[in-house]
Design a binder for this molecule. Structure first.
Ligand code: NJP
Length: 228
């Protein structure tokens, strides 16, 4: 039975690129996000229901995440990789943006990732699978006035907390920590030569294709031109 790769935030950017690379590597893929039309287009491109399923999921809703994993198991019978990748950023400065944007950022980037772990936990243990989380360079060093950086530090901590929690189950845990990637994450494209989503997808596939005794815990990738 082919292995199964679930991705949140699969409608665009890093998630969509990783879905393409995972499908090329022989995984069946579960594509989750709120934009169902984009997910369906990608699922068709990757071979339709036999190979790829589009599932509407708001990661801030526990019921959506529970149903996402159930749908995965009903359709494909197993879950080998859960990639908690959904997230977004915001303006820097502790008086920038709105308090509501902060709340939504915590719910999506932090609570949403934790719900993905909770929902996928038992199926990952069953498969001796792998959890992959998208943190950030901003999750390793604080950026000035960046509430986004605060949420990504929480994701970095979550990866290590989950690694220790899964220890002795055979489940591996990988944090992906990108610098600037040219995706719809940015309203205007980065001024430097940024990374492409494919550059991150290759790193994810590297981590999940290691032998069972090798747990790649963190991969931090900057564009060559990124100073900090
Ligand atoms: O951005 P983008 P990236 N429920 O905007 C989804 C991190 N990162 O690929 O729901 C479910 O193309 C959204 O889908 P939709 C970043 O923090 C990036 O660059 O349809 N899904 C879309 O598929 C994030 O964690 C950079 O709107 C939700 C996806 O999230 C990850 O990389 C640098 C959702 C966002 O795709 C992917 O971002 C870095 C919700 N409530 C870390 N809210 C960078 N690009 O430079 C959003 O260090 N999504």
């Amino acid at each position: 039975m082919d292995k199964v790769f679930l991705i949140t935030g699969a409608s665009t950017g890093i998630g969509a690129a990783t879905a393409r690379h995972a499908a090329d590597a022989g995984y069946r893929v579960i594509l989750a996000a709120r934009s169902e039309d984009k997910l369906r287009g990608l699922a068709d491109e990757l071979g339709g229901d036999e190979r790829a399923l589009a599932v509407r999921c708001d990661v801030t809703e526990w019921e959506d995440q529970r149903a996402l994993v159930q749908r995965t198991l009903d359709a494909y019978g197993r879950l080998d990789v859960a990639f908690a990748n959904a997230g977004f950023g915001g303006a820097r400065g502790f008086t920038a943006g709105t308090p509501e944007e902060w709340k939504e950022m915590v719910l999506t980037n932090v609570y949403g990732a934790a719900l993905t772990i909770r929902a996928a936990h038992d199926a990952l243990v069953e498969a001796k699978g792998q959890l992959v989380l998208t943190s950030s360079v901003a999750g390793r060093r604080a950026l000035p006035g960046s509430f986004y950086s605060v949420t990504k530090h929480a994701v970095t901590a979550m990866g290590e907390a989950a690694r220790q929690d899964f220890n002795d189950t055979g489940v591996r845990v990988t944090l992906i920590e990108p610098g600037a990637v040219d995706t719809p994450f940015f309203d205007t494209p980065p001024k430097i030569r940024a990374l492409d989503a494919d550059d991150i997808a290759r790193a994810v596939l590297y981590a999940v294709s290691q032998p069972a005794h090798v747990d790649v815990n963190e991969i931090l990738i900057r564009p060559t031109a990124q100073p900090a």
